[in-house]
Design a protein around this ligand. Sequence first.
Ligand code: HEM
Length: 381
Amino acid sequence: PYSFYEEIRSIHPVYKGNFFKYPGWYVTGYSEALTILKDNRFQTRIPLPEATKKYEALKNIQNNMMLFKNPPDHARLRMLVSNHFTPIRIQKYRPFIEKIAKNLLEEIKNHKKIDIISDFAFPFASLVIAKIIGIPDDDKNIFREWALSLIQSIDVTRSRRSIVAGNKTTLEMLSFFKDLIQKRIQSPQDDLISELLHQEKDRKLTEEELLSASVLLVIAGHETTVNLISNSLYCLLTNPKEYDKLIENPSLIASAIEECLRYESPTQMIARVASEDVELNKVQIKKGDHVYVLIGAANRDSKQFSNADVFDITRNPNPHLTFGSGIHFCLGSALARLEAQIAIKTLLQNVVNIHLETKDVEWRKLVSFRAMKEMHVHFDD
Ligand code: HEM
């Protein structure tokens, strides 16, 4: 997508267009993207056409998600969940995340050829989020279908059929989580669902909100992390000098992951709607206009980043917009960072001479996300 971003940015960083049948303002400039994300006059909306009976469940579940709420409702929903995702809290998860990565590598390192996505990144991210939320291990395999189906129904390339399929997935997820909530009401465990259920009365999510939060955490916290891990490895393997730098100096891992986040952002687009007329960089955005913030483009804006198209794991500062900005700034950013750092570090420490089968990987046909279909790698004994 990067040459397309560059092309429209050279015309105007806030470009009026009609791509994928969605007329609106396509924002590729870094400073304009940041301004919009921080300005609550640009509001989030449920990304569904007018409701019909066919996808009522999907609409209802999205209706209670913080991601689609604006002030003042947003703050309450976010506040009730946010304690569980602070950097300090997340650091406590480190030992079990490291263990999950190690165990998975034990299983795959004798295989010599694997698909990083289905054999490593996917089970890794599933096991981590399942353990945090409180989903039993036996059920983790249903994650992928759920996540893929819901992402397909949210992406701007979605068809009516994918929305209806997303609705079916929602119904399955709802019945799964309703069941789990009942179990945790009866016998609480050391997990997020139990904690959210047992908060004080006036600081509590309703059952509908808890169901929505569970579904949101599975989608928001899973597919994007899988793609961060695979995209990061792809960046490193296609930039051997940077890869060698990291092998020589493993303490660069945090800064390397920041650069992977910037360079191949798993999220490429954030959609907003203007709630009033706004003038921005000499263009007049009218009330009701749709605004598409292309964060993958903002991350490569040479006005903000020197040598923006160069992958440099020592880049500092690196204020990429991959986790968004403003009130909806990604709640799971500390977890996503930690997961990616551990996954890549454990992988590079445990396999010898890892290389890509082909650089010509196939990217999924999504606009809001950057995700490979498969990523085959080989390694030696
Ligand atoms: C919001 C990206 C991982 C939970 C967001 C937003 C972005 C984003 C761009 C803002 C959307 C908007 O403004 O409309 C990512 C990326 C991830 C990742 C790139 C991984 C590489 C996670 C994880 C979790 C999570 C691991 C939780 C377990 C959330 C939630 C929100 C959110 C709950 C909504 C926050 C709000 O509306 O206030 N994420 N995310 N994300 N993310 Fe993430």
